[in-house]
Design a protein around this ligand. Structure first.
Ligand code: ZN
Length: 235
């Protein structure tokens, strides 16, 4: 009899080159990776890829002025037909708040009644992101690397948001998040030293942190939580 294979690690937010080869994808090993993009143009390059271990995202990174400038609601909505993941999108402390909000609002409108998950960036603008989600909640919302206050975490949880967390985040922040809403991520390649991720999909460090906090099998937890989220989002 073969020994049972370990379930794949789950990385719900990482950056992968759009021209990654099948051999390179294989080298990621036993992991399922949400590969987000930063612009509609970048997403176009991956729209027709058929990678079984990667879920590609349609993104407009709020910290990228070029991506915000190129944003167009019609183009985004048409591109959505090729994706079950939107990301990364949201708001960022750098750049024009009004334009970021306008684009994020428009993206949330485009995602209304669409069966997608949304990986949301909120660095330095957690309050604005929560305001946008309060006006247009979405059942597939995942707050990635959310560094809001405990009150903001509670508010996000009430809105139904999930939290994708990594090993660079303070353990107290992670401990405050509802355990049934936790997902694991690397945000590879950013802050590699702090996230301790050697490659996209390498969530072992954050799994250890979650296991310490909750005395549970973090890999199984993340998979169970993702299944619940997918059901909530109609996927
Ligand atoms: Zn990212």
């Amino acid at each position: 009899m073969n020994p049972p294979t370990n379930p794949p690690m789950l990385d719900t937010h990482a950056h992968v080159a759009p021209d990654v080869t099948p051999a390179q994808v294989n080298a990621l090993g036993n992991a399922h990776v949400f590969a987000v993009t930063r612009s509609i143009d970048e997403a176009r390059l991956v729209a027709r890829r058929k990678d079984t271990s990667l879920t590609w995202g349609l993104g407009v990174h709020p910290g990228r002025p070029d991506a915000l400038d190129a944003y167009n609601a019609g183009t985004f909505t048409r591109a959505l037909n090729y994706f079950t993941l939107v990301g990364e999108v949201g708001m960022d402390r750098r750049g024009d708040r009004t334009r970021q909000r306008e684009v994020f609002d428009s993206i949330l409108t485009a995602c209304t009644n669409r069966t997608v998950l949304i990986s949301i960036h909120s660095t330095g603008r957690a309050k604005d992101v929560l305001e946008a989600l309060t006006e247009q909640p979405h059942p597939g919302a995942i707050l990635h690397w959310f560094n809001g206050t405990p009150d903001e975490i509670d508010q996000a949880a009430t809105l139904g948001c999930y939290f994708s967390v990594n090993a660079a985040m303070p353990a107290e922040t992670i401990a405050h998040m509802p355990v049934e809403r936790l997902l694991t991520e690397t945000d590879f390649p950013s802050s590699r030293r702090k996230t301790q991720a050697s490659k996209p999909g390498d969530v072992q460090a954050i799994e250890r942190i979650i296991a310490d906090i909750h005395q549970t099998d973090a890999r199984r937890l993340a998979r169970t939580n993702l299944e619940a989220l997918r059901r909530a989002a109609g996927l």
